[in-house]
Design a protein. Structure first.
Length: 247
């Protein structure tokens, strides 16, 4: 049985979606969780909300230091927060591109730095970052998002190599379609759209024939970040209902 008793965790993007499901699950398993988000996380026992602009590295470092003062050492880091700003290459906007990189790639990498030194010193740690099937399978108007997710998978591998001898395991989870706020585009939930039903369900590009619920991704994260995982590091576990298994 997975237990997080006595463990302190940081979960970014923990106010909604996969991040919220992950934070709540870790608490159910015994952890104390610090949520970093630009929004207030729902009030719950053993969940402490920190309002953090993840595009600001100084704010990220300050928040980590505050968590150490409030809770003590940090054993778990879960990078979930992300943004998606659709742009075709021909119309790529430098500001939106930099914002996407700042939140999706720079923040997770530097958070790994900010907590990694202490984890290495203590001889224990678990880090899990949420990437996407977009790291390997692209679609139009998603160039900035795709770059950040592929970069985060590369960073996961390198961090795993550098921290392996210190007892710190570093992995990633790559979801496919998940029913979260990010799936709502121009007021329409893409997982309930005619486009999704036609391409992914009727044509069976999605073998399991449905989008995931956030808790299904959270359960995978929880296993990778637990003591039950003792030998998996530097990996990206794809949790996509089988999309990537097809041509």
């Amino acid at each position: 049985m997975i237990s997080y008793s006595g463990k302190n965790a940081i979960v970014t993007g923990g106010a909604n979606g996969i991040g919220s499901a992950t934070a709540q699950l870790l608490v159910e398993l015994g952890a104390r969780v610090a949520v970093f988000d630009r929004e207030q996380a729902a009030s719950a026992p053993n969940i402490k909300s920190y309002i953090v602009d993840l595009s600001d590295l100084k704010a990220c470092e300050d928040a980590v230091n505050q968590v150490k003062r409030d809770l003590g050492s940090i054993e778990i880091l879960i990078n979930v927060a992300g943004v998606s700003i659709p742009n075709f290459l021909a119309e790529l906007n430098p500001d939106s591109y930099q914002k996407t990189l700042a939140v999706n790639l720079k923040a997770p990498v530097f958070l790994m730095k900010f907590v990694g030194n202490e984890m290495a010193k203590n001889g224990y740690g678990r880090m899990v970052s949420v990437t996407s099937v977009h790291a390997r399978q692209s679609e139009p108007a998603s160039i900035a998002y795709d770059i950040t997710k592929a970069g985060l998978e590369a960073a996961t591998r390198t961090a795993a190599l550098e921290l392996a001898e210190s007892g710190v395991l570093v992995n990633a989870v790559a979801p496919g379609f998940v029913m979260t706020r990010m799936s709502i585009v121009d007021g329409v939930d893409e997982t309930e759209s005619d486009w999704f039903k036609n391409i992914y369900l009727e044509n069976k590009r999605l073998p399991l024939q449905r989008a995931a619920q956030p808790i299904e991704i959270a359960r995978t994260i929880a296993w990778l970040a637990s003591d039950t995982n003792t030998y998996v590091t530097g990996q990206t576990l794809v949790v996509d209902g089988g999309i990537s298994s097809r041509f």
